[in-house]
Design a protein around this ligand. Structure first.
Ligand code: NAD
Length: 287
């Protein structure tokens, strides 16, 4: 480290709380080192209370950029100068880019999901997908998929505090894209089965499948699946959720959340440096 950091080294931050457990610093610093880029990535414990000062600090110190995670993703936009179309529609920012003093907010989670599909040879553009979820991850995927040209999307969520967000998301998709989108209750399993039946892809983007809901699945059994259906899960811990076990059993092509995590990082990395991460190397490191 002492040899690598010089007076020229550019700093990229990560502003969130709690954040010490994050794998993002290791991921980005590994990519910088592999490519010989003179950047360093550090995590900072920033809450909603200290966020405005932290952004002012980022400006004053002329940081190249920052990632933003919870609880700041939906709050930081007001302190920035401009938002990407997806960040505006999602109402959330996970990446700040300092373009000569102008702070631009982006959301790369949806970009990451779409890139991980592509990386797996999956092309959902012009097709129908069914997706469960209305939280941060799901909203980013839904907005990006609609912006990228998914033809039809059926969104399912339970009627909890996220339902209202799902209603807002479908309104935004309807008024800003050509995607045909509908919202259904995830507890209506008959409807879920019906929508999955004529979808090319089924995406799981709720917290079901990871702690404290590990071992659970949003589908009751494998009769909801068929071999030519693609099933993706945003969860990456565990790598193999109950849903992905069911999908494997049904003979579906499967994708866990690791690719989305890697490619959301790559999209941010590209915004800051103009270069892509060494993807194959990063996959080995992350696995
Ligand atoms: P969030 O808290 O914003 O949203 C939670 C979602 O889960 C909501 O849609 C909620 O209605 C749903 N939910 C909660 N309990 C449920 C239950 N018992 N039954 C059905 N639905 C339920 O969370 P988030 O940030 O959107 O994360 C969702 C999942 O995506 C998590 O598992 C997280 O690990 C994963 N994630 C992955 C990535 C990645 O890069 N792969 C990025 C972000 C989040």
């Amino acid at each position: 480290m002492a040899e690598r950091i010089t007076g020229h080294t550019e700093l990229i931050g990560l502003m969130a709380y709690p954040i010490r457990h994050s794998s993002s610093p290791a991921m980005h610093n590994e990519a910088f080192a592999q490519l010989g880029l003179d950047y360093a990535y550090l995590a900072f414990e920033v809450t909603n209370e200290t966020l405005e000062d932290a952004v002012k600090g980022l400006r004053a110190l002329q940081l190249k950029g920052s990632n933003v995670s919870m609880p700041n993703k939906t709050v930081v936009g007001q302190y920035l100068d401009e938002l990407s179309p997806a960040a505006k529609l999602c109402g959330a920012v996970n990446t700040i880019v300092n373009e000569n003093g102008k702070l631009i907010g982006h959301i790369t989670d949806g970009i990451g999901y779409m890139a991980s599909l592509k990386d797996n040879g999956i092309d959902v553009i012009g097709k129908k997908m069914t997706i469960a979820g209305a939280g941060g991850a799901a909203t980013a995927i839904e907005i990006q998929a609609a912006l990228d040209g998914v033809k039809e999307m059926s969104i399912f969520n339970i009627k909890d505090k996220f339902w209202e967000n799902a209603e807002k998301t479908i309104e935004k998709i309807r008024s800003n894209t050509d995607c045909v989108v509908n919202l259904y209750d995830l507890d209506d399993k008959e409807k879920l089965k019906e929508e999955i039946a004529d979808s090319y892809l089924f995406a799981q983007a709720t917290g079901v499948g990871m702690k404290p809901l590990e071992g659970q699945s949003i589908i009751p059994d494998t009769s909801f699946l068929r071999p030519d259906l693609i099933v993706t899960d945003t969860v990456y811990a565990p790598r193999q959720t109950k849903l992905l076990e069911q999908a494997k059993e049904a003979g579906c092509k499967c994708m866990n959340g690791l690719g989305m995590m890697l490619f959301q990082g790559d999209a941010a990395f590209h915004l800051w440096t103009g270069k892509h991460m060494p993807i194959e190397h990063m996959k080995e490191v992350l696995d």
